[in-house]
Ligand binder design. Structure first.
Ligand code: NDP
Length: 477
């Protein structure tokens, strides 16, 4: 029997993606380095559809209809290269390899180039939604050649999440565009999670609420504009009691956040592109800080405010202020992330429809949220928007949230509660709207110690001041 599509790498993600394809009536060839996983999947889920298990790469490739379509679901890096090297000698002109792992976009660009030189199509594809999404409908971000998407698209759209009948899958752009957008998605996810965590910390420490009450607050927020998967699961995590001790679950978990690296990649790429993604950077550093036990132990007894909370009139309305601060900071984080996608597209020559990106994140993925509709609408109003923050709907939202946002950041500082996400988002907002920035002074310093020159506000040209001489004359450099 010939299969429509094949999946190689049948751990959690690959297995669920293969089952999702089979459940949608597609015949799926199966392959895994260790054949036992292949057999187990074909046997245990035979009732879900038609699987064609293969013990070897050769058998797997033979079982596929042409042009062959092979989805790889293995760890990014060396494993992905190893599997590609195993398959390429067995493939023919026009066949398609789809890397659905979390590859770095630069690797995807390299692989696409190498495979297209061999006459093969390579599609780097971002998949979000974890194991549940892979099985029931993920958000899918395929890059690679547009021709490959023509034959692949219908199949991918079929198994993706749907929102209002629209598939959460679109061709993002050439070569590494899909993985780049998936990377930024994960970066935004870091920022969103950090902001939610700061809101929790302020409610807990600043107002003295217990986790169960905070869970209810988040459930309430989830009925409004913050309606999102991350807020929903936050309520569930906070309402959960540890089975063993009966204590709130959050109180028995070590407060050291881990990371697999996509947040770091997002920040590294942003540094290279010169895009200030302060929300994602602060979220990534907040995880590093939390995990640095040595540093935290050394600093534990440093002087400062601790255990202080707002009381009486000061506490009144503070929870609502936090909701406003959370929403405003979230808008900033997303605006920064979309700017990174814009800059990446410019740098690497991709044509990316930003409104469409927001719309395929509405379902299936971890950052799925009602709010993404606003982003799509903003880019529909103005596709070349410099920043989402100047779109009328966000101007209004931040205008309304602003006083609360400032109160929250100021109170957090006074209470000694760290809010790197909220604070940096506000600093970014004030930074981009400032009439004059102290960067003028920085330019003066640079010219002083390194003769790096400066430009003037009143005249064109490049200038240097003779700092070392008494009269300190300005001259055109
Ligand atoms: P893992 O990343 O744990 O990968 C395990 C699979 O890869 C197994 O099938 C394993 O085969 C195979 N494998 C590992 N090394 C090699 C190698 N050198 N040669 C051949 N096969 C190899 O599985 P996941 O399902 O968690 O993730 C798969 C991919 O999906 C990763 O790139 C991940 O980043 C990405 N991803 C994961 C998400 C998640 O929520 N987990 C979400 C979105 C993307 P064997 O059985 O023989 O060991």
């Amino acid at each position: 029997q010939t299969a429509e599509i094949g999946v190689s790498g049948l751990a959690t993600m690959g297995r669920n993606l293969a089952r999702n394809l089979a459940r949608h009536g597609h015949t799926v060839a199966l392959h895994n380095r260790t054949a036992k996983r292949t057999r187990d999947l074909a046997e245990n889920f035979a009732d879900e559809g038609t699987f064609v298990p293969a013990e070897s790469a050769e058998e797997f490739v033979r079982s596929l209809e042409r042009p062959r379509r092979i989805i790889l679901m293995v760890p990014a890096g060396k494993a992905t290269d190893a599997v590609i090297d195993e398959f390429t000698p067995l493939l023919e002109q026009g066949d398609v390899i789809i890397d659905a792992g979390n590859a770095h976009f630069a690797d995807t660009r390299r692989r696409e180039k190498a495979l297209s030189d061999m006459g093969l199509n390579f599609v780097g594809m971002g998949v979000s939604g974890g194991e549940e999404g892979a099985l029931n409908g993920p958000s899918i971000m395929p890059g690679g050649p547009a021709e490959a998407y023509e034959s692949l698209g219908p199949l991918l759209e079929d198994i993706s999440a749907k929102v209002d009948g629209q598939p959460c899958c679109t061709h993002i752009g050439a070569d590494g565009a899909g993985h780049f957008v998936k990377m930024v998605h994960n970066g935004i996810e870091y920022a969103d999670m950090q902001l939610i965590a700061e809101a929790y910390d302020l409610l807990r420490q600043g107002l003295g609420m217990d986790p169960a009450a905070i869970a209810e607050t988040f459930t309430g927020w989830n009925q409004g504009r913050l309606d999102s998967y991350l807020i929903e699961i936050t309520s569930e995590v906070l309402a959960h009691a540890d089975a063993e001790t009966g204590k709130p679950f959050v109180d028995v978990v070590a407060d050291e956040a881990e990371q697999k690296g996509t947040g770091r990649w997002t920040v590294q790429a942003a540094l290279d592109l010169g895009v200030p993604v302060t929300g994602i950077a602060e979220a990534t550093f907040a995880r590093s800080l939390s995990g640095n036990r040595t540093l935290r132990d050394a600093a534990r007894s440093l002087p400062g405010v601790s255990g202080a909370r707002l009381e009486g009139a000061a506490a009144e309305g503070f929870a609502d202020d936090i909701e406003q601060a959370l929403y405003a900071s979230k808008i900033v984080a997303y605006a920064q992330g979309f700017n990174e996608i814009q800059a990446g597209a410019e740098e690497y020559g991709w044509t990316i429809d930003l409104g469409r990106v927001a719309s395929i994140w509405r379902g299936g993925c971890i950052i799925r949220a009602k709010f993404l509709e606003e982003i799509t609408a903003a880019y529909e109003r103005e596709p070349k928007l410099t920043t989402l923050l100047t779109d009328s709907s966000f101007v209004e939202a931040i205008g309304g949230a602003q006083d609360s946002w400032r109160r929250v950041v100021a109170s957090a500082a006074q209470l000694g509660i760290p809010t790197p996400g909220f604070s940096s988002a506000l600093a970014y907002y004030d930074g981009i709207r400032a009439e004059r920035l102290p960067a003028a002074l920085v330019q003066g310093q640079r010219d002083f110690f390194g003769a790096h020159t400066y430009r003037r506000t009143d005249r064109d040209g490049t200038f240097h001041t003779a700092w070392a001489t008494d009269d300190r004359a300005e001259s055109e450099a």
